[in-house]
Design a protein around this ligand. Structure first.
Ligand SMILES: [Zn+2]
Length: 271
């Protein structure tokens, strides 16, 4: 039987329209604006070694999710500044990597349950205004499902979210978060793996593509001068192009029936 081209086109068009209606419908209950405004969250981690970049990021007139290293010399000052300025604050928790030699004090696979739990609790107790955490390193630890359960157990109790930095494709963090009812998200793009204007701009374009395709995207960057310079240029451009900039907590996969208010520490409304 001959199938006429316009019939095939008609069927494809109908399927396309139907798929869009279903997609828009599934998002509609959560946030109807997603359909017209893809949302982007910028997370800057590794904060705390220098004061100045923290201050620059905290006072940018755009929502930035700021992740401080708990043991860094300016961690407390930057954490305070971030919350005072109404930015979102999360803790950048050091986790064991598969590489030797570049290790900071944090969570390791060698710790027993008590030492492990005490370590993460001490870090979280020091920063009462964080609304979530993401992993610094962690290519070893996030691949360890049992250790991730220990992490998620504490986060669930404190109603904190987990952002998986995705330092290994073997990460079990999201599955563990789901098991414990912890709200979670995964990093889509590392913005400044190579610190050149050209590369960072290309990574921002990748972030745009993902946000357009899926309705949202999360980019992680670091407090390098090149990154901050690009943020000043890219963030107003994203808004002009119709993207909505927001905090990481707005792009989480939420556990059912768990209405945690992550804006509890935002002293100002979202800018
Ligand atoms: Zn880091």
């Amino acid at each position: 039987m001959m199938v006429r081209p316009y019939v095939v086109f008609g069927i494809l068009l109908t399927q396309y329209l139907l798929a869009n209606v279903i997609w828009a419908g599934s998002l509609g209950a959560r946030d109807a604006r997603s359909v017209i405004s893809p949302r982007i969250a910028i997370v800057i981690d590794d904060l705390g070694y220098r004061y100045e970049p923290g201050e620059l990021l905290a006072t940018l007139p755009y929502p930035i999710t700021m992740a401080v290293l708990p043991n860094a010399p300016y961690a407390f000052e930057i954490a305070e500044l971030a919350t005072d300025e109404g930015q979102e604050l999360i803790l950048h928790v050091p986790m064991e990597t598969v590489h030797e030699g570049e290790w900071e004090e944090g969570l390791t696979t060698a710790m027993n349950a008590t030492a492990f739990t005490n370590t993460i609790n001490a870090m979280l107790d020091d920063f009462p205004h964080v609304v979530g955490i993401n992993n610094h390193g962690g290519s070893m630890l996030t691949a360890d499902r049992g250790r991730m359960y220990w992490v998620m157990k504490e986060l669930a109790q404190r109603e904190l979210y987990f952002l998986d930095s995705r330092t290994t494709s073997a990460s079990t963090a999201i599955a563990a978060a789901q098991a414990f009812g912890v709200d979670h998200a995964s990093r889509d793009v590392f913005l400044d793996h190579v610190q050149s204007d050209e590369n960072i701009a290309a990574e921002f374009d990748r972030l745009r593509q993902i946000a357009r395709e899926f309705g949202q995207a999360i980019g992680i960057g670091h407090p390098h001068p090149e990154t901050i310079a690009q943020l000043r240029h890219q963030l107003p451009a994203l808004i002009a192009e119709g993207f909505e900039l927001t905090y990481c907590s707005k792009l989480l996969t939420r556990a059912p029936n768990k209405p945690t208010d992550y804006s509890r520490h935002h002293v100002q409304p979202i800018r």
